[in-house]
Design a protein around this ligand. Structure first.
Ligand SMILES: [Fe+2]
Ligand SMILES: [Fe+2]
Length: 521
C-alpha cells in the first residue's frame, strides 16, 4: 500500500552525514551520465531538492518536475535528458502513467528509475512493464542511489560505444563502396548533409536525424553488388543496365536487414527510389506507405544527382534542379513540403563543395586503370566506341563544330572464312595491323591539315572500326580514299572482304543514336 504523505516525508531519502561529504563535488565518477541531463519527477519539494542536491554534487546536470505532466513536457522538449528518476504517487499524471506515455511516444535512449516508497511486488512489476529500467525503494541511502547510477553509467557508456562501433561499421561500408565507385561515396556524403539540413529545418528529433544520417550514408550500399560494366559505365544506361542497377535498393536492404537494431535504416535503403504516386521501385509503394525519413532522402537523392557532374551528363544549376523537383512534386511523385525545405537548405550551401578525394595514390591508379579497361578494346591499342560517346557528352563541341558530323563503319565481312583459312590469331593480328596502318596514315593526313579545325578519331567496335570526323565533306572524301586503298591491300594480300559505310548526321543528334543508326542500317 502507498504510504501517506506524512509517512513518505519520514521515508524520504536520508541526508544524514553525506551532505558534508559532498562539499567537494566529484565530477568524474559518473563520466557518461554527466554528459546528459537527468530529470527528477517528484512532487514532494523537500525530497526533490534533496535528490537534486545529491545529483548535482555527483557532477550531474539536473532538471526537475513536480508532477508527471510537467516531467512529460520536459522530456518531449529536452533531448539531452537520458535518465528519468521518478516517484510513483504524483498528482495529475502519476509515475506509471508517465512511463507508459513515454513508451508510447517511442522516446528512444531514455533510462527510467523509479524511486518510490511502495514496496509491493505487483507495483514493481507494473512499473517495470511500463518501461522502468530500475526500481529503488525509499528510504534509501544516497550511496545506494549512487551505486545504481554508477551501473547505469556503465550501461550507457557500453551502449554509446556499441552505437559508435555500428556507426564506424556503416562508415566503413560506405568507404568500401567508395573504393569501387568514388562518385557514389561523394554522392552519399552530399545526400547525408542535405538530408540532415532538411531534417533540422523540419525540427526532427536528434535521434531521427541520427537514423537518417546512418541510412543516407549507406543508402546506395547495394551498388556494391552491381558489376563494374554497369556501376562505372561512363555512358547512359540501356534498358538492361537499368534493370540490373535497379536491383541496388533490394540488394542493399538484404545486406543489412535483421542485422541492425533500427529497421528504419533498412527501410531507407530499400525505399529511397520509391515515389509517392507508386511509380517508384522496388515495391511501388504509395503515399503513407512511405515514411518521412525516406521522403527526405528521395528529394535529397534526386537533387544531388541533378546538380552533380557525371561522365555522361553536365551538372545542372541549382535553380533548374529545384524547378525539376517542383514539377516532380506537382506530379505527386515526391513531397512538395520537403522540396520547400530543400530550397531553404541549399540557400547557403554549395553542395558540390562537399568532395571526397580518394584517400591514397593507389586509388587514383585503380581509377585510371578502370577507365582504360572500360574504354580500351581488349588486346589492341584502340579505344572503343564507348569512348566516343563519353567524349561527345563531355565536349559538346565535338558534334556541334559544324552543322553535321560523319561516321564511317569499316566492317570485315568474311571473318569466319579468314579465321578458318588463316587461323584466329593471325586474322586478329591482321585486323589490328589494318587499323594501325589506317591510323598512321590518317595521323599524317591530320598533320597536313592542322590549320583546319576539326577532329578525326578511329575507334574499335568488336572486330570492326568506326571512324568519326567533324570535318566537312571534302576532308571526308580524303579519309575514304585512304581507307579504301588499305582495304584493297587487305583484300589483295589476305583475301579480306570489307565494306565501308559512311553516314552524315545532324549536329544535334547524340553520337550514341548516330552509332545505333550506323550499325542498324
Ligand atoms: Fe540509389
Ligand atoms: Fe543515391
Amino acid at each position: 500500500m502507498e504510504p501517506s504523505k506524512r509517512e513518505r516525508h519520514i521515508n524520504r531519502i536520508e541526508p544524514t552525514q553525506f551532505i558534508e561529504d559532498m562539499s567537494e563535488p566529484v565530477h568524474t565518477d559518473l563520466p557518461t551520465l554527466s554528459q546528459y541531463h537527468i530529470l527528477i519527477a517528484e512532487d514532494e519539494p523537500f525530497e526533490r531538492s534533496l535528490l537534486e542536491t545529491y545529483l548535482v554534487n555527483w557532477g550531474l546536470t539536473v532538471k526537475t518536475a513536480s508532477d508527471g505532466r510537467e516531467a512529460y513536457q520536459k522530456l518531449m522538449h529536452d533531448e539531452g535528458i537520458r535518465l528519468l528518476i521518478t516517484d510513483l504517487n504524483m498528482p495529475g499524471m502519476d509515475g506509471i502513467e508517465l512511463l507508459q506515455n513515454i513508451q508510447q511516444t517511442g522516446r528512444a535512449k531514455l533510462y527510467s528509475v523509479v524511486l518510490s516508497g511502495i514496496s509491493d511486488r505487483a507495483t514493481l512489476i507494473q512499473a517495470l512493464s511500463a518501461g522502468a529500467n530500475d526500481y529503488l525503494i525509499k528510504p534509501c541511502h544516497p550511496e545506494q542511489i549512487f551505486s545504481r547510477l554508477a551501473i547505469l553509467d556503465k550501461v550507457i557508456a557500453l551502449e554509446n560505444s556499441y552505437q559508435k562501433q555500428l556507426d564506424d561499421l556503416f562508415e566503413i561500408m560506405g568507404q568500401m563502396l567508395g573504393s569501387r565507385d568514388a562518385y557514389t561515396l561523394e554522392h552519399s556524403r552530399r545526400v547525408t548533409v542535405l538530408s540532415d539540413r532538411i531534417a533540422q529545418l523540419m525540427d526532427l528529433p536528434t535521434e531521427e536525424r541520427h537514423v537518417l544520417q546512418v541510412g543516407c550514408s549507406i543508402h546506395d550500399i547495394g551498388k556494391i553488388a552491381i558489376p563494374d560494366d554497369i556501376l562505372l559505365k561512363p555512358g547512359k544506361f540501356n534498358e538492361f543496365d537499368r534493370r540490373i542497377m535497379n536491383l541496388h535498393p533490394s540488394l542493399g536492404a538484404n545486406l543489412i536487414a535483421n542485422r541492425y537494431q533500427d529497421d528504419r535504416v533498412t527501410e531507407l535503403v530499400l525505399q529511397h527510389h520509391e515515389r509517392l504516386d507508386g511509380s517508384g521501385y522496388p515495391l511501388g509503394l504509395k503515399d503513407d506507405e512511405i515514411g518521412i525519413l525516406t521522403r527526405i532522402v528521395m528529394v535529397a537523392d534526386i537533387f544531388e544527382a541533378l546538380v552533380a557532374a557525371r561522365p555522361y551528363k553536365l551538372p545542372l544549376p541549382q535553380e533548374t534542379a529545384i524547378k525539376i523537383l517542383r514539377s516532380e512534386a506537382a506530379m505527386g511523385k515526391i513531397d512538395g513540403n520537403i522540396v520547400d525545405k530543400l530550397e531553404k537548405a541549399v540557400e547557403k550551401l554549395d553542395i558540390l563543395s562537399i568532395r571526397c578525394p580518394l584517400h591514397y595514390q593507389d586509388l587514383h591508379i585503380i581509377e585510371s586503370f578502370r577507365q582504360i579497361a572500360y574504354f580500351r578494346e581488349p588486346f589492341c591499342n584502340f579505344y572503343n566506341y564507348r569512348y566516343l560517346i563519353t567524349l561527345a557528352n563531355k565536349q559538346k563541341k565535338l558534334t556541334v563544330l559544324r552543322n553535321s558530323y560523319h561516321l564511317i563503319l569499316l566492317d570485315f565481312k568474311n571473318l569466319s572464312s579468314m579465321n578458318k583459312r588463316l587461323g584466329y590469331i593471325q586474322t586478329d593480328t591482321l585486323i589490328d595491323q589494318f587499323g594501325e596502318t589506317v591510323l598512321g596514315e590518317i595521323s599524317n593526313f591530320k598533320n597536313s591539315i592542322y590549320e583546319i579545325e576539326g577532329e578525326i578519331l578511329i575507334l574499335r567496335k568488336g572486330a570492326d572500326y568506326i571512324l568519326f570526323s567533324n570535318h566537312d565533306t571534302s576532308i571526308l572524301s580524303h579519309l575514304s580514299e585512304i581507307i579504301k586503298q588499305n582495304m584493297q591491300t587487305m583484300h589483295t594480300l589476305w583475301g579480306a572482304d570489307m565494306s565501308i559505310k559512311t553516314m552524315t548526321f545532324d549536329s544535334s543528334l547524340p553520337v550514341e543514336n548516330a552509332i545505333n543508326q550506323l550499325i542498324a542500317s
